[in-house]
Design a protein around this ligand. Structure first.
Ligand SMILES: [Zn+2]
Length: 199
C-alpha cells in the first residue's frame, strides 16, 4: 500500500494536517489543473445533488478515498484524501489544521454538499456522536465555520451578475475575505462538478 516517494506526514494522512491550497496544485499550469479535475471527477460516481457521491478509485482501510496529485513548485507526487480534494475543488482552500468532515458519515463520499471544515475537536466530537448512533450533528452549512452555503454562493453570483454590487461589498455582506469572494465569483471555487450545478 505504501508507495515510495510519498510523504504521508505532509499530506493529511499522518497526524499533522497541513493546509491544502488551490495554488499548491499546478500553480502556473491551469491546463494541468483542469486535467487533474477531469481525472478526479471521473473517479467519483456522481449521483443526485443531495446523495452521496462515492469515490471509485482506491481506498484506505477505513474507506476514505486516495487521490494522487503533484503538489508544490517541484510537483512532488503526493497522496491525499479524495474528499479533501473534492472540498478544495468545490469550496476552496483548506487552512492548516482543519479537517474536512462528512455530514453524511460516509468516508468515500466526495459530494461537496456533504463536506465541511472542522477542527480536531470537531472531528473527535463528530466521530463520537456518530459512534453513539446519533447521526451527523455537525452539518456543513449549519456549522458556524462554514461561512458560505450553496444558497449564499448562488445569491452572490446573481447579485454580481446583475451588476449592482462590487466584489468587495459582497465579501463584506457574506462575511468572507475579498480573495474568497473573488474565487467564488470567478468560479474557481464552489463549482458544482456536474450537470446539477444549476440546482
Ligand atoms: Zn455523502
Amino acid at each position: 500500500m505504501r508507495s515510495p516517494g510519498i510523504d504521508r506526514g505532509k499530506v493529511g494522512l499522518g497526524s499533522k494536517v497541513p493546509a491544502l491550497k488551490v495554488v499548491d496544485l499546478y500553480q502556473d499550469r491551469p491546463d494541468l489543473f483542469s486535467a487533474l479535475m477531469t481525472r478526479f471527477w471521473a473517479k467519483v460516481e456522481e449521483r443526485g445533488p443531495n446523495e452521496c457521491w462515492p469515490w471509485t478509485g482506491s481506498r484506505l482501510p477505513k474507506g476514505y478515498g486516495r487521490a494522487r496529485v503533484e503538489l508544490g513548485p517541484e510537483g512532488r507526487e503526493t497522496v491525499i484524501y479524495s474528499h479533501r480534494l473534492a472540498y478544495l475543488f468545490c469550496c476552496g482552500d483548506i487552512p492548516e489544521g482543519l479537517y474536512v468532515l462528512h455530514s453524511c458519515d460516509n468516508p468515500p463520499c466526495c459530494n461537496a454538499r456533504h463536506l465541511f471544515l472542522g477542527t480536531a475537536t470537531d472531528n473527535a466530537q463528530d466521530r463520537e456522536s456518530k459512534g453513539r448512533g446519533g447521526g451527523a450533528h455537525l452539518r456543513g452549512e449549519g456549522n458556524r465555520r462554514a461561512k458560505l452555503t450553496w444558497e449564499s454562493v448562488r445569491e452572490m453570483r446573481e447579485a454580481y451578475a446583475a451588476g449592482d454590487v462590487t466584489q468587495a461589498a459582497l465579501a463584506t455582506r457574506y462575511g468572507v475575505s475579498s480573495g474568497t469572494a473573488f474565487k467564488v465569483l470567478a468560479g474557481h471555487t464552489w463549482r458544482a462538478p456536474s450537470t446539477h450545478s444549476e440546482e
